[in-house]
Design a protein around this ligand. Structure first.
Ligand code: F0G
Length: 386
């Protein structure tokens, strides 16, 4: 695995191009001097990034925490944070003259890679688990014209296959082993810094599957420090699902390595991963920032998804709502102090996986087209925090 390093010199905070950022719209390419692309005019882009940082005052009141924000990555072109990475990764694929892009995916990576490859005129093949993939994501990969192969196995099996395929130079691998993807993803940290008026939060809560994204945030915040823009990094808190939590286990055991989990299971299919590739750097990121990794149950995730939607109007897919599950728990047990500023990353749009909601909702109430019958049927369908 390799990493991208920039020579930003010593007097970093005086670098004139930092001022260039201000004249460009918020988004990945606002920060092009900090991205590894030779010729900006050739980037494969759909204006990704520039996602909303939404203040959640209803949750603040209910949980007794001073400042809570959701960075809503569902705002991205294909509905997840993956687009930040793919705009850079697919641009790189074009730069190196690749024919076909490939990835293993629990869903969102495949949607994003399929869309960006279509735009770049590249062939695309995606390997997804034959079961447990959200239908919205699958339909995206299909409509963008990717070869979608449903592998009899889980994400870890798919990743093994694409890694093997990538030794053939015709195939360009775009999983988060590819360092260019994480470069694009790190821009979310820059955006949060700007959206908070040139400050970073106390805590960041980030869902963890293959563990690339938490590493990308760590990189992004570290860049801000190297540039002399901030002194402290936020505490990075990773969230895994109880049924797929190898990094959490290593973290609480104080272990130096993870033990992969064979039979993973969670309603948050996006993070249903037992052998994450970026575990090492993820553990380093949380340990160095005095953060932590926690595991939340499917029940907590489903409840958090509904609470976020019914309190704040924000619809995130289950993995994207998992930070709220941790936030609720952390507010209760004092893990997060009441005077904190917290940013939760809602990594993907709720419409990616409507089945989950329909399965856990009350049945539709059928009524006659008659006012009396309609009024009698009104109830309170909001979720409860207790
Ligand atoms: N949230 C969502 C919605 C995701 O799709 C993913 C990963 C994550 C969180 C975790 O990010 O892997 O960088 O730790 N989805 C990948 C995929 C694995 O194939 O779409 P990570």
């Amino acid at each position: 695995m390799f990493d991208v390093v920039y020579d930003i010199g010593e007097e970093a905070s005086k670098i004139p191009w930092l001022r260039n950022f201000e004249s460009r719209p918020l988004g990945v390419w606002r920060y092009r001097e900090l991205l590894p692309v030779e010729d900006y005019r050739r980037v494969v882009s759909m204006n990704e990034g520039g996602t909303r940082l939404i203040r959640c005052s209803n949750l603040e009141r209910e949980l007794g925490i001073k400042e809570i924000y959701v960075k809503y990555e569902g705002d991205n072109p294909t509905g997840s944070f993956k687009d930040r990475g793919m705009t850079v990764g697919v641009t790189k694929a074009v730069e190196v003259g690749a024919e076909t892009t490939i990835c293993a995916s629990t869903g969102n990576t495949s949607s994003s890679l399929a869309a960006y490859s279509a735009r770049a005129g590249l062939r695309c093949a995606v390997l997804v688990p034959s079961k447990k993939i959200a239908l919205g994501k699958l339909s995206q990969a299909l409509i963008h014209g990717a070869n979608v192969l449903a592998v009899r196995g889980n994400f870890d099996d798919c990743l093994k296959m694409v890694k093997e395929l990538s030794s053939d130079p015709r195939f360009y691998l775009l999983n988060s082993i590819n360092p260019f993807r994480l470069e694009g993803q790190k821009t979310a940290a820059y955006e949060i810094y700007e959206q908070l008026g040139g400050e970073v939060p106390d805590h960041m809560i980030i869902p963890v599957g293959n563990a690339g994204n938490i590493v990308a945030y760590w990189k992004g915040f570290n860049d801000l420090k190297s540039l002399g823009l901030v002194n402290e990094l936020p505490r990075l808190m990773g969230v895994q699902a109880e049924g797929a939590c190898p990094i959490y286990r290593a973290f609480i055991e104080g272990a130096s390595e993870i033990r992969p989990i064979e039979n993973v299971e969670t309603v948050a299919t996006a993070i249903r991963i037992g052998n994450p590739v970026n575990w090492k750097r993820a553990l380093k990121a949380v340990r160095e920032t005095r953060g932590l990794v926690e595991a939340v149950s499917d029940g907590e995730i489903i409840a958090a998804q509904r609470i976020l939607a019914s309190r704040e109007g924000i619809f995130a897919e289950p993995a994207g709502a998992s930070p709220i599950a941790l936030l609720i728990r952390a507010a209760r047990n004092g893990l997060i102090e009441h005077d904190s500023r917290v940013v939760c990353i809602a990594t993907g749009h709720g419409l990616k996986d409507p089945d989950i909601v329909l399965r856990s909702s009350r049945n539709l109430i059928e009524v006659d087209a008659e006012i009396g019958s309609i009024l009698r049927s009104f109830g309170d369908a909001r979720a409860s925090l207790t």
